[in-house]
Design a protein. Structure first.
Length: 718
């Protein structure tokens, strides 16, 4: 078989077809077909290497970071490390508990000393300080502040070994009567790491069979369904391999949330892009084209759409760099890697696979005759639906817009916060110890730092200490000074760091109590888990509007270049906002009536992801409409043609994305379930109500104005 890709038979080789022959994607496809064996060999090597790198990646993977570089809590942490070196860069609590022994008994204290000595031998432990007992504290409990030094990633990597050393030494020294656990922000999120990995495995095991079933039903052939699954699966492996390489060679710090998002996104986008190319190829083959010409037409048309779609995800995701939080920054590179890998797999490997497996695409087709023309039946149904929409455009445009707007209104009452997700930690050592600390009124520690000139006496803070000890939210407040330049108050709170009452106490100390009771112009910095969570929440919420503005602006410019129209990008952005708003409205309703809060990081993360995915479906449909309009004219016919030929691929692609993200609803962690719910709901609304109803209705109403472009922007058509 010759693989010189020419225009379809019977089409004259004029100037346009000469340009068609020089199309970049066509040249790439010609090259891949000439080197099919090399492509397959290299891809097999890359996939195998990536799979072999996964165990190493899992070993260095840490839990999500909470740090906000340059924030008050970050500066306070640096000040503590300099002023009190034994407290290190982070302070956690070693919680000891015994049912039989009292904390003031000699054998109890001897076992504690042995356990702390074993902990001190571990790398990264800078010192310990015993906390005074509170009036409500259980007689069998003792709490010790432990200083940990090193970067956040280093502390998280060392924590499991430190926890094991403390726990093992306590049990051995007490003959099993004394239990010990490390409690704090890092210990809590260290437990999250294992939960996230288990959730990811369970989600992938659920998503793949479900996606295979949907694809088989939608494509009408098991053979045709296997190819997108193979491409997407290899794309997930390569994405993970790229992240492992960046972690090993470039020092990229990765966490379990980034791995979950990148793998889920790589699987969903890989299936979407492979499905689009495959359906274009099968359509061309069904119209009588031979494999070479069918591949040429599908690569030039669907390939261009795939490039635009991958670009859309990349552009929207990079807006996350505006948020100065490591948790958010860490998501950008994995998401971009997932989009680029999915596109590269589809455009470089899949053309060669299509030619090689052309005869296998019909394997597994049901024998019943009515399935042989199932695609034509569906296309005719979509054509009738399109004509129905064009007869009642105002009804659908106004009714659906109002329905989505009403669904989005609960966003105004959304409750945002950050918590430790107690239900998922309830049976872990850290979760049990955290519950004991809350019962003892030692749920968290807030550090109040009062720097003063070197050599000056400690800051006069007796009034502040008295006011704090009188506060019902505080168990005990004590003061200390390093003898050089820093006075520090340790405030033991009755509520956990992720409790809203702790956040309120944090604000009260910072903005009311300290300015009123301390000397004028006295600098005050707060540190501890509550301060870190407060800064992360404030950063995400304050930057949300900037992210939204950048995503909207970049989307408009991107779609303007893709569609060469002014009104279509504006319409697309407004409808994407409706989809995202409606999804968050439903999430707000669910948390309002079933309890809980929406994770404060979720809006900024899901807005960028959903906007990128929504633009994919906009490009899928409008590119098809634009192709027909520029060839034949007639806006109404173009809309009908575009809906008829793109509805099936949009429905299948959206179903795959919905299945992929809905599989996260089985996760143990609340924020992972919220992520899956928002993305799956937004995509479902976008691919059904918006793309298949609202977009055709509004494009019919706009008529020729769909393609209007002001003269100053005419350069985009060149």
């Amino acid at each position: 078989m010759s693989f010189l890709l020419l225009p379809p038979p019977g089409v004259p080789l004029d100037q346009d077809n000469a340009r068609y022959q020089r199309h970049f994607l066509l040249l790439v496809t010609q090259w891949t077909l000439r080197h099919r064996r090399t492509i397959f060999t290299l891809w097999l090597v890359v996939v195998t290497s990536s799979l072999l790198a996964i165990p190493g990646l899992l070993r260095v993977l840490g839990p999500p970071s909470l740090a906000v570089p340059g924030s008050p809590s970050d500066l306070a942490g640096q000040m503590v490390a300099r002023g009190f070196p034994f407290l290190g860069d982070e302070q956690v609590v070693a919680a000891f508990h015994s049912r039989r022994w009292r904390a003031d008994s000699e054998r109890y204290l001897r076992a504690v000393q042995t356990a702390l000595s074993a902990l001190a031998t571990q790398p990264g432990v800078s010192g310990v300080q015993v906390l005074p007992a509170t009036s409500a504290q259980d007689a069998g409990n003792l709490y010790v502040v432990v200083g940990l030094r090193g970067t956040e990633h280093m502390r998280q990597q060392r924590l499991p070994a430190q926890h094991d050393a403390l726990q093992r030494a306590a049990l051995q020294a007490s003959q099993g009567h004394l239990q010990a656990s490390l409690v704090g922000a890092s210990p809590v999120f260290s437990q999250v790491r294992d939960l996230d990995l288990n959730d990811l495995r369970a989600a992938e095991l659920m998503a793949l069979p479900a996606a295979a079933l949907v694809l088989t039903m939608g494509m009408g052939s098991l053979g045709a369904a296997c190819l997108p699954l193979l491409m997407a699966g290899s794309g997930v492996a390569v994405t993970t391999g790229i992240l492992a390489a960046l972690s090993a060679w470039a020092g990229l710090e990765l966490d379990t949330l980034t791995l979950t998002v990148s793998c889920t996104l790589a699987l969903g986008l890989g299936l979407d892009y492979a499905l689009l190319l495959l359906m274009r190829y099968r359509k061309a083959r069904g119209d009588g084209a031979d494999p070479a010409h069918a591949l040429a037409m599908s690569t030039v048309t669907a390939g261009s759409t795939i490039c635009w779609c991958a670009g859309a995800v990349t552009v929207t995701t990079t807006a996350l760099f505006l948020v100065q939080a490591r948790l958010v920054h860490a998501l950008v590179v994995p998401a971009v890697a997932a989009a680029i890998t999915a596109a590269a797999t589809t455009l470089l490997v899949m053309p060669a696979a299509l030619i090689s497996c052309d005869r296998l695409l019909k394997r597994g087709t049901p024998r019943r005759p009515r399935h042989q023309k199932r695609g034509e039946v569906l296309e005719r149904w979509w054509q009738r639906w399109s004509r129905h929409l064009t007869r009642h455009p105002w009804r659908y445009a106004i009714g659906l817009s109002l329905a989505l707007t009403l669904t989005a209104t609960p966003v105004a009452w959304i409750s945002l916060g950050l918590d430790f997700d107690r239900r998922s930690l309830a049976h872990s050592d850290t979760g049990i110890a955290l519950a004991r600390m809350e019962a003892d009124g030692v749920a968290s520690v807030i550090g109040v730092l009062l720097p003063h000139p070197p050599g000056a006496p400690p800051v006069e803070a007796d009034a502040l200490i008295k006011a704090l000890n009188a506060d019902a939210r505080v168990s005990l407040a004590v003061i200390g000074d390093n003898g050089r330049d820093l006075t520090a108050l340790s405030v033991l709170t009755r509520t956990a760091a992720d409790d809203e009452r702790s956040a309120a106490l944090h604000r009260y100390i910072q903005h009311e109590l300290a300015p009123r009771l301390l000397p004028p112009a006295q600098p005050v910095l707060l540190n501890g888990p509550a301060a870190t969570l407060a800064d992360l929440k404030a950063e995400c919420l304050s930057r949300l509007w900037q992210v939204i503005a950048v995503v909207l602006g970049c989307s408009l410019i991107f779609l303007l270049a893709a569609f060469r129209s002014l009104l279509l990008p504006i319409k697309a952005v407004m409808m994407n906002l409706l989809a995202v708003g409606a999804a968050f409205g439903l999430l707000s309703l669910s948390t309002r009536y079933f309890g809980g809060t929406v994770n404060a990081v979720l809006p900024v993360l899901t807005f960028t992801l959903v906007f990128g995915l929504s633009m994919d479906y906009e490009v899928f449909m409008v590119h098809r409409i634009a192709e027909h309009y520029r060839r034949h004219g007639g806006n109404g016919l173009a809309v009908t043609h575009g809906l008829r030929h793109s509805a099936r691929v949009i429905t299948l692609a959206a179903a795959v994305i919905i299945i992929t993200f809905a599989s996260l609803l089985t996760a143990q962690r609340e924020e992972t379930r919220q992520l899956g719910f928002v993305v799956a709901t937004a995509v479902a609304l976008d691919a059904t109500i918006i793309r298949l109803m609202l977009v055709p209705a509004t494009m019919h109403l706009l008529g020729r104005r769909n393609w209007w472009l002001p003269r100053p922007l005419s350069w985009t058509r060149r």
